[in-house]
Design a binder for this molecule. Sequence first.
Ligand SMILES: [Zn+2]
Ligand SMILES: [Zn+2]
Length: 358
Amino acid sequence: MKITKKEEILRAAIFHGPEKISVENWKLPVCADDEILIKVNYCAICGTDVRTFFHGHKKVIPPAIIGHEITGEIVEIGKEVKTNLKVGDRITPVTSIGCGVCRLCQKGLYNLCPDTKALGYYWAGGFAEYMIIPGPAVKQNAWVLLPENVSLLEGALIEPLSCVINAQNYLNIQDGDTVVIYGGGPIGFMHAVMAQTSGAEKLIMVDPAFDRLEKFARNFDNIILINPNTENTVAKIKDITRNFGADVVITACPAKQAQIEAFSIAAPHSRISFFGGLPKDDSMITIDSNLIHYLEISVFGAFASNRKDYQKAVDLISSRKIDPSKFITEVISLEEIEKGIRLVKNGSVLKVVVKIQE
Ligand SMILES: [Zn+2]
Ligand SMILES: [Zn+2]
């Protein structure tokens, strides 16, 4: 397959500051000797893109191109790049790019590098027809190849799924476990399906936006739903688990109440994941630490992901243990990006993928 740069300009969604994004002509980036240029095919909208659109982001300096849930094809490989990649290969770039020298980077934990520079934040991202895989990312081999049976559209789910995998790596979900998930967005449902692939027996999802939870739960099997507006979540979970509690609790939402309540439903020897962060000016919670002590409850954080998590995500999609079509509810054009961001914000959709080009 031969891909040629069709012109020296590209179309890109340029973020100019809160609630200002417009699709414009932009100069095609020059591929330096240590870089790789890709043609972007699809880029999904993430919750963080929505927050950046409405409130800005400290690492996104306008004018900027955001978007990090990307699939694309290699167009050009800088001449100093040593790689097995070929022009035409289909990839998903890895978002977190570390400094490469600190202790965390040495362990491959680029997501936790204090100097991490992410694609779609610090570096230009995927809401554009072409993008550069920058030198530090190339050094890190920051991409995964898409196998033939994973389409470019399906590949747009690899990044969010990799974040879910990173979180569940800590949780040791086993056959017969009861898993409770707070938050009925695409990430919440990915957590549910991932937990099922690990053998979880009972999946319980809680979300006050209950209409949406109910609507999208129809895409999936065997999920018990709780409406916290009309039901007592703690009592219902105690009832379902015959007073034992949940083996695993995941808070996939930015809600204090969910983090606090997790300790009221957690069983002895259970694992809690704070997947969703809280607003930075309101992130203190009070919990009874004796629950952690006496019940041996473990509490884990999770933030972004690394290449090995991307590879596992590719394998799960390729083997059809995860079916992307259940998550992708809208495919829109680049010109419709603002509409897409607003759709994600109002919660009427699961995953919105922007089709940049074929
Ligand atoms: Zn994301
Ligand atoms: Zn580092």
